[in-house]
Design a binder for this molecule. Sequence first.
Ligand SMILES: Nc1ncnc2c1ncn2[C@@H]1O[C@H](COP(=O)(O)OP(=O)(O)O)[C@@H](O)[C@H]1O
Ligand SMILES: [Mg+2]
Length: 411
Amino acid sequence: MEAVGLNVSIGNHCLVHVQGKPPIETEVVGFQNELTYLMPVQKVNGLQPGARVQPCEHTQQMQFGEHLRGRIVNGIGQPLDMHGPLQANNSQPYHSGTINPLEREPITQPLDVGIRAINSLLTVGRGQRLGLFAGSGVGKSVLLGMMTKFTTADIVVVGLVGERGREVKEFIEQILGEDGLQRAVVVASPADDAPLMRLRAAQLSTQIAEYFRDQGQNVLLLMDSLTRYAQAQREIALAVGEPPATKGYPPSVFTKIPELVERAGNGKKGGGSVTAFYTVLTEGDDLQDPVADSARAILDGHVVLSRQLAEEGLYPAIDIEASISRVMPQVVPQTQIQHAQKFKQLLARYRANRDLIAIGAYKPGADKTIDQAIERFPHLTDFISQGMQQSANFAESLQSLNAVLAPVEGK
Ligand SMILES: Nc1ncnc2c1ncn2[C@@H]1O[C@H](COP(=O)(O)OP(=O)(O)O)[C@@H](O)[C@H]1O
Ligand SMILES: [Mg+2]
């Protein structure tokens, strides 16, 4: 929307009054000469030319507190579940400040996410930020749901940004279920919400995570997806006339991504932590996608899900060779690093020689590592597989890893 005669700055709020309807909440997103560009926060109808625009303070202050646990809210903090208004006892408005990077606690502790392959081979550190790279239908939502249910984090904040409405419902009812929901706060903004609302949902889920971190809790933040967040920013930027630069994305998208992601991480010394997973859609397995590229550069690791593995029925379809946790050496003992390397080596060796083995062109005895890889391969894939209802804590994961590698240890 364009308005004239306003003296407001970017980020300010304005109400647009239309006859016979509640006022429409908007945010200032740009200027040109005497024009001010406004973007509605929610879907609008009944808008008329010449409507009166009134600058206003932030319309409502969201209250943060334990009452959010188990609730589902939209991008501006209004409840979406049927459990009535948010009851705020002992709660407070909360503004997150930026943390000086030198004041942040370094990442030294592992976080148990309840997934065997991740705990043992791609260990996540408290305060780490990872990408979950995958195409659609490869098992992202199921994996995020499993982490929500099985992690040892004190609370899980789930941001569902820009997914289809049906998927939001499915995720909450079927994948999370009652138990999962009780450990979580869900912020949902489906694809048909206004783009500003989708941006707000990503920001609000980050802010809720920051709030619980500042209360000293270890928070797991799961954002699905970072790509849709980038696309919402693209819609807004293009609407106010920013030129597209990289594959249709205007430059501001690539400043918005770090702005969001940099807010996760550890707090100041003695405080809590926000460990975060951001899903990134790699359509058509296009790893050159500019959002994927920029995410990979600023995250401390990535878990790649492979369509091929999913098609083989191997879930979670984690491509161990393509995935990496950059903080793993800081949070686990050296022996575990060696075991993880041995595991990857066997897997890679098998995959590289797979065709030869399949047609019987490989002669057993020719290469010791290939022999080991052939013998161990079924155990390696069994080790990665994990059913949706199955949890694997940190100790169990390590034990299983040792058991899988025991026959080839030291040889
Ligand atoms: N751990 C698992 N065990 C069995 N099936 C799984 C598992 N993870 C995913 N799937 C299958 O893959 C399908 C798609 O998963 P989903 O998480 O919805 O994909 P995405 O979110 O990436 O689009 C699920 O409906 C399910 O059938
Ligand atoms: Mg999904």
